[in-house]
Ligand binder design. Structure first.
Ligand SMILES: Nc1ncnc2c1ncn2[C@@H]1O[C@H](COP(=O)(O)OP(=O)(O)O)[C@@H](O)[C@H]1O
Ligand SMILES: [Mg+2]
Length: 263
């Protein structure tokens, strides 16, 4: 039986493409026949909105079958899984109450490892090939939980000057987390929202390639309005417009991520 790999998408910078990358890599892996569970770890509910209508997402967020309640009560996350419209692709929805999850974690025993414990049964069952976790744009106790529950991290970085700013903080934080989660690996940086007409893109790539010991994925994602049309229709672009450039780019990136994490 194949071992389930858990991959999280983190960057403390908002708008770097975490949720878009997570949703499309998940959908592309599922299209490739892999069984995938996605966990929406952000109070902004973007990963859930990538697959479900706003009404459904808000209803789910207001109820008690979401990540917030599961973590607060330290429940087995297997009971919180919903199926998406796509074969092999499941989701655990989030809640706006995730804004107070740090407070909830504060008094708990081994508080960095709550999420890890809550997904242990799912991992042990071997049902999924991949668990993908979408992180919020912060670096605190909850993101630490996400990292401690993960085998690998993908860091989406927007190809812009401000996209690069603060990246050093992110890697310092990752090194701190490795002290309590020594098995955690950085799969690499995924460059997103690229405008190849701009010279700045070249500079971004050069700067990133100078980072020692950090892999930069060969497949990068260009700016494409199909991504936004897909999101407006509660669908990942790899399903919504299969012929689009971004669908092909996300599919290539998903293949590269799968190759890289299985080494
Ligand atoms: N390849 C792309 N082309 C066009 N717009 C994109 C692309 N990737 C992301 N976006 C847009 O950029 C914004 C931020 O992306 P998102 O995935 O939500 O980032 P994060 O989760 O890191 O905050 C969203 O409005 C999204 O629609
Ligand atoms: Mg997001």
């Amino acid at each position: 039986m194949n071992k389930t790999k858990t991959i999280c998408f983190t960057n403390n910078k908002g708008g770097s493409g975490k949720s878009t990358t997570c949703s499309n890599i998940g959908a592309a892996m599922a299209r490739a026949g892999k069984k995938v569970l996605m966990i929406d770890g952000d109070m902004q509910l973007n990963l859930s909105l990538a697959f479900f209508s706003e009404d459904w997402v808000l209803e789910q967020a207001a109820g008690d079958k979401n990540l917030y309640h599961a973590i607060r009560e330290q429940k087995d996350l297997a009971d919180y899984i919903v199926h998406t419209d796509y074969e092999n692709l499941d989701l655990i929805p989030s809640s706006t109450l995730m804004s107070s999850i740090e407070y909830e974690l504060f008094t708990k025993w081994q508080r960095e490892f709550i999420l890890k414990k809550c997904i242990q049964n799912i991992k042990d069952s071997g049902v999924y090939d991949y668990i993908l976790i979408d992180a919020p744009p912060t670096l605190g106790g909850w993101v630490m939980n996400i990292l401690c529950a993960s085998d690998q991290v993908v860091v989406p970085v927007e190809a812009s000057p401000w996209g690069m700013f603060g990246l050093a903080n992110m890697f310092d934080f990752l090194n701190e987390v490795k002290q309590i989660a020594p098995e955690l690996k950085v799969a690499g940086i995924a460059v997103t929202k690229v405008d190849t007409r701009k010279n700045y893109f070249k500079q971004t790539m050069e700067t990133l390639h100078e980072l020692e010991e950090i892999y930069v994925f060969d497949s990068f994602i260009r700016v494409d309005s199909s991504v936004e049309w897909a999101q407006d229709n509660s669908a990942p672009v790899v399903e919504y417009k299969k012929s689009s450039r971004s669908a092909k780019e996300y599919t290539a990136l998903a293949e590269e991520v799968m190759r890289r994490v299985s080494r």
